[in-house]
Design a protein around this ligand. Structure first.
Ligand code: HEM
Length: 163
């Protein structure tokens, strides 16, 4: 339930917030269904629903200036790596046309998310339908968009909209 529910819910919320915050991108999203697949990756890059994963070191290793000992538990920030300019140039720009979007929102390696295709497919259906059904969808005036507080997960607790 946690793997497949809160993640996809948070991805939908993040997609609504990011697209409403960037009207130029929303206009492109509405006009160009061919960009929807790339838009999903860009949403997952700037707002990964899982913000960190844990890994255990199997051997001593050196990563940049950090010494890691065998058995250490590492908290890997997916948020951090998604905004690395060497991976994604101009990382703070939300750009649904970004070339070669690099993200680890579904993890990596042996434990790569089992539901990655399903999660993305749900958002690819739901977000275009929502914006088509409500052409004037907007943030509700006077209401603050609030993140929820959930360690290792990233999502919104409150997003008030008007249609
Ligand atoms: C946008 C939606 C989703 C996101 C962002 C997401 C993210 C992730 C991430 C980051 C991991 C790797 C955790 C790690 O490396 O420690 C993971 C694993 C997993 N996810 Fe997802 N997930 C999503 C949707 C789903 C759905 C819909 C399902 C099930 C239907 C699912 C089932 C799983 C399972 C079973 C694993 C563990 C795989 C393993 O350990 O071998 N996820 N997910």
């Amino acid at each position: 339930l946690i793997a497949g529910n809160s993640t996809t819910t948070d991805m939908l919320g993040a997609g609504v917030v990011q697209l409403l915050k960037h009207p130029d991108q929303l206009a492109k999203f509405r006009a160009r269904p061919d960009l929807h697949d790339n838009a999903m990756d860009e949403i997952l890059r700037v707002e990964p629903p899982v913000s960190q994963v844990l890994r255990s070191a199997h051997e001593d290793m050196q990563v940049a200036d950090k010494s890691i000992k065998k058995g250490d538990t590492l908290h890997m920030s997916l948020f951090g790596v998604h905004f690395d300019p060497e991976m994604n140039p101009d990382p703070h720009a939300f750009d649904i046309e970004r070339k070669n979007v690099q993200h680890f929102a579904f993890g990596g390696g042996a434990h790569y998310c089992l539901g990655a295709g399903l999660g993305k497919a749900q958002a690819k259906i739901a977000l275009p339908l929502l914006f088509a059904r409500f052409p004037n969808l907007a943030f509700a005036p006077g209401r603050e968009v609030k993140h929820k507080v959930a360690p290792a997960f990233n999502g919104y607790g409150e997003v008030w909209l008007v249609k």
